[in-house]
Design a protein around this ligand. Structure first.
Ligand SMILES: Nc1ncnc2c1ncn2[C@@H]1O[C@H](COP(=O)(O)OP(=O)(O)O)[C@@H](O)[C@H]1O
Ligand SMILES: [Mg+2]
Ligand SMILES: [Zn+2]
Length: 253
């Protein structure tokens, strides 16, 4: 894609790799995957940032247990909030009076906020920035891709969805933007029996490997429904989650 669409970040911002995490709709685990990838790379010693661009359901601060407001100076510079493990985080939720306030901004306002998060936030030097993208493949995610130079996309699906159609839409969007799809995550793929460890596929045999093959995507991770992870999200302690949930994807980042 022509670079003229891309916006320049703050002059002090230097980011080596920007990864966008997309899904067909909300509730499939996009924010969880974004957070787990950020934590995994941070645990490896990289400098990591998370840009929560899902203004419709900004849940990143919650899973990291962040309540403080980002500091802004007189020159419209915004400083990201740091997590316990020093991950830099920016989210619309941090700008709301109360974190339970509903967000009813329309498309243009949302894209304006996301542009600000890119241009006015002093991200400093990062090895990885993970972007929790707005769900779907509509105007808002497209504008994000036209604003921020995303290096690769990870698609999150759940077995209850029309996975092939969702991946196809993401593939088409990625092609249009000339950004590679790095891998697929099938979330809530199975549950593990707490007694014997057996993997129970509550939604039947997974179709994700066939879908990956169909679209020529080689990296796939399958993540179980894990009540311990839900609990960590609720407590704002996602940074203490064990590594290894998204091993195949982490290996290629
Ligand atoms: N594999 C999983 N195991 C346990 N809980 C999960 C899993 N995936 C998602 N959840 C929970 O489901 C809810 C929705 O996930 P979230 O990542 O916020 O979805 P999205 O960002 O796609 O809307 C959250 O409460 C999250 O903690
Ligand atoms: Mg989310
Ligand atoms: Zn069992």
């Amino acid at each position: 894609m022509d670079n003229k669409f891309l916006e320049q970040p703050h002059e002090t911002t230097k980011i080596k790799k920007v990864i966008g995490i997309v899904s067909g709709k909300g509730g499939v685990g996009k924010s969880l995957v974004t957070s787990l990838l950020a934590v995994a790379m941070s645990n490896k010693g990289y400098k990591v940032g998370v840009l929560d661009a899902d203004v419709t359901g900004p849940s990143i601060p919650k899973v990291f247990g962040i309540k403080e407001k980002p500091f802004a100076d007189n020159n419209e510079n915004i400083f990201p909030v740091k997590s316990k493990k020093d991950i830099s985080i920016m989210s619309a939720n941090l700008l709301l009076e109360r974190e339970t306030d509903p967000v009813i901004w329309r498309g243009p306002v949302i894209t304006g906020i996301i542009k600000q998060f890119w241009k006015n936030v002093l991200w400093n030097e990062l090895d990885y920035m993970f972007i929790d993208m707005p769900p779907g493949t509509g105007d808002v995610p497209l504008t994000v891709f036209q604003t921020i130079p995303v290096n690769g996309i990870i698609v999150v699906t759940s077995p209850q969805e029309l996975v092939s159609m969702i991946v196809e839409k993401a593939v088409n969007m990625a092609k249009m933007m000339d950004i590679p799809i790095l891998g697929l995550v099938e979330n809530m793929s199975y549950i593990k029996c707490p007694d014997c460890g057996k993997e129970i596929k509550i939604f039947g045999e997974s179709k994700i490997d066939d879908v990956a093959k169909k679209f020529n995507i080689s990296v796939v991770d399958k993540m179980p429904v894990n009540p311990e992870i839900t609990a960590l999200c609720d407590k704002g302690e996602i940074e203490t989650a064990p590594d290894g949930n998204l091993k195949n994807i982490v290996d290629i980042l």
